[in-house]
Design a protein around this ligand. Structure first.
Ligand code: AMP
Length: 408
């Protein structure tokens, strides 16, 4: 695969760059600009090479199935990309950043034609186009017609075969034009590929899974069972497995439909699936005042719900992690959004910190990445992914993602 570094002779050339500027924002105020910052190395490299950059990204959701056109307009307004252009300009004071309110047609073509070498045009939200998520061939053709080359740097969108992530590079590739990975993508692909192409020196390989539903993670469990030496399961997910073992789980979250699957997994894993042996439980989330919080080993009493792993489980998990040479982690060990139920997730972070860089450790984005950052352990990981859905899909599909494969 080509990378942005390999692209040459870009002076005067238009490069279509798919970025992930899906930043948290409200009423035009951007609450976190990290995703914009993450794309800067790729953007700066292309600017330095004299390219004319057309940046495209989605922002939020537009539900096109909504029958009321006024509601569609309101969704568009709530997800307007214009403030992102302002933020990008602040981050790149020496570069001219233009914004195009048009996503297609003559107005966009004119804005692209007016670009000078080393300038940037950020186009309006790709999802303003109904055909984006359907990978509409006409839309992809229109976008591809603007560009001499394509760079993909939106890892968080690489698991979606949309017009901007797959349609455009497919056409450009067909025309013999260069398509390449950006720096952010390159880092993600290299690190996550290592988690599926397991080498001898990466063993023992330990996966840690948590979060809510087993159903969402069946494929990833299947893949990891083939690759890993141990799979540690915490979070709400673990109660479906505990139930499958015959334990009483009180009113803990149960993924009923995945119970048989959990039984089958436990049988086939021959002891390689490690479950919690104790739990922090509560009798209610609300009201917070007066609720009971207890720690129990084994069965959970009626009327109580397991909301975090207990100290014995945390110690057991830490012991297994301490021997690992490679770790892949996705999903919190408990309801980490509430201070009382953070301990288990923190103890996993500490166990990874205590490896002191002696193992290759990856946090697969989403909620666990938020927790790692919130608790201050990001620097202790070899890699913290920027894409929750994309990193899980990359693992479960053995290193394949539509937005990566198309660049091969
Ligand atoms: P996921 O998106 O599947 O990774 O799930 C993340 C969510 O699972 C977080 O919002 C956690 O609060 C929640 N969660 C983790 N453990 C539990 C638990 N034991 N009971 C209920 N929710 C949980």
């Amino acid at each position: 695969m080509l990378t942005v570094k390999d692209l040459t002779n870009l002076q005067g050339k238009v490069v279509y760059v798919r970025v992930d500027f899906n930043v948290p924002q409200k009423d035009g105020v951007i609450r976190d600009n990290n995703r914009i910052k993450a794309a800067l190395p790729t953007i700066e490299e292309l600017v330095k090479k004299g390219a004319r950059l057309v940046l495209m990204s989605h922002l939020g959701k537009i539900k096109w199935k909504e029958p009321d056109p006024e509601k569609i307009e309101a969704m568009k307004k709530a997800n307007d990309m214009a403030p992102v252009a302002g933020e990008l300009q602040k981050l790149l004071p020496g570069v001219k950043v233009h914004f195009s309110p048009a996503t297609r047609g003559e107005a966009l073509k004119e804005a692209v034609a007016a670009l000078k070498d080393g300038e940037i045009l950020l186009a309006q939200n790709t999802r303003y186009e109904k055909g984006e998520e359907k990978n509409d061939p006409e839309l992809a053709k229109d976008w591809a017609a603007l560009a001499d080359a394509y760079v993909m740097d939106a890892f968080g969108s690489a698991h979606r075969a949309h017009a901007s992530t797959v349609g455009v590079p497919a056409i450009l590739k067909e025309e013999g034009k260069p398509v390449a990975l950006g720096y952010l993508m390159l880092k993600e692909v290299e690190n996550l590929t290592r988690c599926v192409e397991v080498k001898k020196e990466d063993r023992p390989y330990v996966a840690i899974l948590g979060g809510l539903k087993v159903t969402d993670k069946i494929q990833v469990i299947d893949t990891l069972l083939k690759k890993c030496d141990y799979i540690i399961i915490g979070g709400a997910m673990s109660y479906t497995f505990r139930k499958a073992e015959g334990a009483n789980i009180g009113k803990s979250f149960l993924d009923e439909g995945a119970l048989e699957y959990a039984k089958k997994c436990l049988e086939e894993a021959h002891g390689r699936i490690i479950l919690p042996v104790d739990s922090v439980c509560t009798d209610s989330f609300e009201p917070v005042e007066g609720r009971k919080i207890i720690e129990v080993e084994g069965d959970i009493p009626e009327g109580f719900e397991g909301v975090d792993i207990g100290p014995k489980s945390a110690a057991r998990f830490a012991e297994i992690i301490s021997k690992a040479k490679m770790v892949f982690w996705n999903g919190p060990m408990g309801v980490f959004e509430q201070a009382e139920f953070q301990e288990g997730t923190k103890r996993v972070c500490e166990a990874i910190r205590d490896l002191n860089g002696k193992a290759f450790t990856v946090c697969g984005g989403g909620d666990s990445a938020s927790a790692v950052k919130q608790f201050g352990y990001k620097a202790d990981f070899s890699h913290v992914s920027t894409g929750g859905g994309a990193s899980l899909e990359m693992i479960q599909n053995d290193g394949h993602l539509p937005g990566v494969d198309i660049l091969k």
